[in-house]
Design a protein around this ligand. Structure first.
Ligand code: HXC
Length: 513
């Protein structure tokens, strides 16, 4: 045989391995891209290197199954994203619904282990009906090995799961163990599909209602990002990777800033209403302060009373955690605690300094919160802040009441440099509530209870609701003018970046919340 023949045979096999995910008339199935098109969008042009192209599944797995023989329904390999090495696996739904058999799992685990040993992020492009039924326990064993590799890699290399089709069973638990889940409007995640729900629970529910991207982005909080389609989603993956280090021993990519680090922000003098009852959008404060106003919000549609996300300050990546007065008056509830806890764990594991912006009237009270375990879940937030050894900067914009003051990056939890604006109110609770508890009898007995109450409220405000008592005790490091926020935080960041216990081999995994 001539070399040409050998090469032709090799090319034939690789072409089969590539899969199609297209209908007979060449249209994309349900508007989704093929596994290879997805890989091409994720990686820098012509940088992807496929491995294990010629792996074949056990013969038995083809009982009743359709699809390509070579590659076993998943593309694995490595390439460059924004010039940095990244490993990936992309499931091909045209091969038995992207289901996971033994060799399919072997390929993924092999790529994950390589990513871990070379300290590169791992991106899984998921489109899978879960364990391949024909391969029985070999598929289940494959999932167990993937889960184990997920846990071993957790907190060491960034792991991103991208959900681009219907994903069920094991295909959702591996993503559940990773750092970020990105979904499209046209993708689904559920532990069992609508058919099983109907027969076991007698509940009629569509795929969208059970586990559509929008449901997971708004209701369950399983999805951290929601995109319209595959293309937008894969661009988001590239953007997100730009804020993460390759591994926990390195720093996130530094981008020399074009934005002046000493820039004043006069708009902040007016942005926050003095009246503590009036809401405003804390994201406007964030975009005023950070480089070029660019903020990548995580969990944008879930637990919106807490805002978290990445930005750059003076070119360095920072994680922002901020109360959102526009939603539930910025109170902290169970979902907000879990959202912030997960984000803080990510920042701590990957050497990303945390900047907390406080405007918080406290934890949300009531039976639904108590029954849901606000005590246990709020405690997670304390634990995460306390354990974090990255720089922790904090700025109080207005209210800083009660437990939420203590929890959110306070000095007691080893917050590094803490600042407050002059209108900040640091107190156990708001003036009206405090007067009601402390002076109920006196107000009742007064000739004009309303007037006496107003008098006491104003006295309380004068005495306690300001930043100066905290500043006098050293509980905050300075009171600053709003317009100076950016330059003050830049300077604080520069001095704290050398924090000694910032880099350690593996601090902790990112346990699912
Ligand atoms: C083998 C599968 C498969 C599977 C789908 N297919 N899932 N083959 N094993 N798990 C095949 C179908 O037979 C079909 O083959 C093709 O993939 C496309 O499937 P459709 O059903 O036509 O697609 P769609 O309508 O888009 O529905 C997708 C789906 C549905 C919602 C994912 O296929 C489904 O419900 N699959 C089963 C999901 C499930 O319950 N998995 C749990 C596995 S248990 P043809 O030849 O017709 O094209 C598990 C345990 C892990 O994962 C434990 C972890 C803790």
């Amino acid at each position: 045989m001539q070399m040409d023949d050998f090469v032709r045979k090799l090319r034939d096999r690789k072409a089969i391995a590539a899969g199609t995910q297209k209908d007979a008339d060449g249209q994309h199935q349900k508007g989704r891209l093929t596994a290879r098109e997805r890989i091409n969008l994720l990686f820098d042009p012509d940088s992807f290197n496929e491995i294990d192209t010629l792996v074949t599944p056990r013969y038995d797995s083809y009982m009743g199954g359709k699809g390509s023989r070579y590659g076993d329904g998943v593309i694995t390999g490595f390439g460059l994203v924004g010039g940095r090495q990244v490993f990936a696996a992309a499931q091909d739904a045209s091969v038995m619904g992207g289901s996971l058999g033994e060799m399919h799992a072997n390929k993924i685990v092999k790529a994950m282990k390589m990513a871990l040993s070379y300290g590169c992020p791992f991106v899984a492009l998921n489109d899978s009906g879960g364990a391949r039924i024909q391969e029985g326990v070999d598929s289940l064993g494959g999932y167990a090995r993937i889960f184990d590799a997920n846990c071993e890699s957790s907190g060491v290399i960034p792991q991103l799961s991208v959900i681009l089709g219907p994903c069920a069973g094991g295909a959702v638990y591996s993503p559940g163990l990773t750092d970020f889940i990105l979904m499209t409007e046209n993708s689904y995640m559920f532990i069992t599909g609508p058919e099983v729900v109907r027969s076991v629970m007698q509940e009629n529910v569509s795929q969208e209602e059970l586990g559509g991207g929008r449901i997971h982005a708004t209701e369950s909080g399983v999805a951290h990002f929601l995109s319209r389609d595959d293309k937008e989603c894969l661009l988001k993956v590239r953007e997100l990777l730009g804020y993460l280090p390759s591994n926990n021993q390195s720093d996130p990519p530094y981008v020399p800033p074009r934005d002046d680090p000493e820039r004043r922000c006069p708009e902040l003098d007016e942005l926050v209403p003095v009246d503590p009852q009036k809401p405003y959008d804390v994201r406007r404060v964030i975009s005023s302060i950070v480089d070029d106003g660019r903020f990548l919000e995580v969990h944008e549609l879930w637990a919106q009373n807490m805002v978290v996300g990445f930005a750059r300050l003076d070119g360095y990546v920072v994680g922002l955690v901020a109360n959102q007065p526009m939603v539930l008056a910025g109170t902290v509830d169970i979902k907000a605690s879990l959202k912030a806890t997960h984000f803080i764990r990510i920042c701590d594991a990957y050497n990303i300094p945390i900047i907390t912006l406080q405007d918080v009237p406290g934890f949300l009270p009531g039976t639904s919160q108590e029954y849901g375990g606000i005590i246990r879940n709020g405690a997670r937030l304390i634990y995460a802040y306390s354990e974090a050894t990255v720089p922790k900067l904090m700025l109080i914009l207005r209210k800083s009441y009660g437990g939420a003051y203590c929890v959110m990056s306070s000095k007691g939890l080893r917050g590094d440099l803490l600042y407050a604006w002059p209108n900040a109110e640091l107190a156990v609770m708001g003036a009206a509530g405090a007067v009601n508890i402390l002076f109920r009898g006196e107000v009742k007995a007064a000739a004009d209870p309303k007037a006496r109450s107003a008098e006491l409220v104003s006295e309380y405000q004068e005495k306690f609701n300001n930043p100066y008592v905290a500043a006098a005790r050293g509980l905050i490091d300075d009171v600053i003018e709003p317009r100076d926020s950016r330059r003050v935080l830049v300077r604080a960041l520069r001095v704290t970046l050398s924090k000694r216990d910032r880099h350690v081999p593996k601090k902790h995994g990112i346990s699912p919340m």
